[in-house]
Design a protein around this ligand. Structure first.
Ligand code: ZN
Length: 287
């Protein structure tokens, strides 16, 4: 089974404790007659979250193109395969929605139902003529969020304070993203460079992104502001994320940039790729 990032559970415990604490304070303020809008909103968090999740799921059910054995069957098969690989009892629903140029995908749920949504501009990277491995990695990543419990109502309620917890909140989300990347890697490791290339340069130039060359910049780019950009980000910064997908011997870096073993310089011709392939250099032609 894919590894859960080592910082995920400790960070989750911290965030849940802070959220429960804040919730109790909100209830206390309400009881003493404070009807500030933030206090009201926070006290209503269980209801607001339930409502938001219901609306989100319904939007996919009425507007999304639902993957099935006859509609985007490759995508449907990937979702089913990933669910089986992660030992899930039920295959989540999966939808393609209009991306309008945005490269995005997410997983969520409502009640006992779980689903994956892939924006059309990201889904386009799949298909036999393009990068089916990259799409398989993405779908593995999203189904992984479900398998790892990130989409549960109670989990999300316990993390309600995340948007109000700079650095602590985003760090928990980053740990979850590394966990999901481990699932994507487990499902289709050969898709990691294509998936990261798509996130870096889009669906047309993904094959031109030198995965190793970009990952090598993770230890090279230094400084306070680099630290800050990562610390505030919901996803690990791309260079670090690529580094973690290449170096499978340790968990992805949450706070401090990755370091080369013994501070050594990058070997001439790059690192041996863990994918059994020559890194994307020279670039493959774009079809
Ligand atoms: Zn994710």
């Amino acid at each position: 089974m894919p590894a859960r990032h080592s910082w995920e559970i400790p960070m989750l415990v911290l965030v849940v404790v802070l959220t429960v604490f804040a919730y109790l304070i909100a209830l206390l303020l309400l009881a003493t007659g404070n009807f500030d809008q933030y206090v009201l909103a926070f006290a209503a968090a269980p209801l607001l979250l339930w409502f938001g999740r219901g609306i989100n799921y319904a939007s996919q059910r009425v507007n999304g193109v639902k993957m099935s054995p006859t509609q985007f069957p490759e995508g449907y098969q990937q979702v089913a395969d990933a669910a089986a690989r992660f030992g899930m009892a039920k295959v989540p629903d999966a939808y393609v929605v209009l991306g309008n140029g945005q490269i995005n995908a997410f997983a969520s749920g409502h009640g006992f139902r779980r689903y994956v949504v892939v924006y059309s501009d990201l889904f386009e990277i799949g298909g036999a003529a393009r990068e089916p491995d990259a799409l398989a990695f993405i779908i593995g990543h999203e189904v992984g969020h479900i398998a790892a419990g990130h989409t549960s109502y109670w989990r999300q309620l316990g993390m309600f304070l995340v948007p109000f917890l700079p650095i602590i909140g985003s760090s928990l989300i980053r740990a979850q993203e590394y966990t999901a990347d481990n699932h994507g890697f487990c499902h289709r490791h050969t898709g990691a460079p294509g998936a990261m290339g798509t996130l870096a340069a889009g669906k047309y130039m993904n094959r031109l992104v030198g995965f190793d060359e970009m990952a090598d910049r993770a230890p090279a780019e230094k400084g306070f502001f680099v630290w800050m950009v990562n610390a505030l980000s919901s996803h690990p910064v791309l260079t670090w994320r690529m580094w973690a997908l290449r170096d499978r011997s340790r968990h992805g870096k949450l706070f401090m940039r990755p370091e080369r073993p013994n501070g050594a310089a990058a070997p001439m011709g790059g690192y041996p790729s863990s994918y059994g392939q020559v890194p994307a250099n020279p670039p493959k032609s774009v079809v």
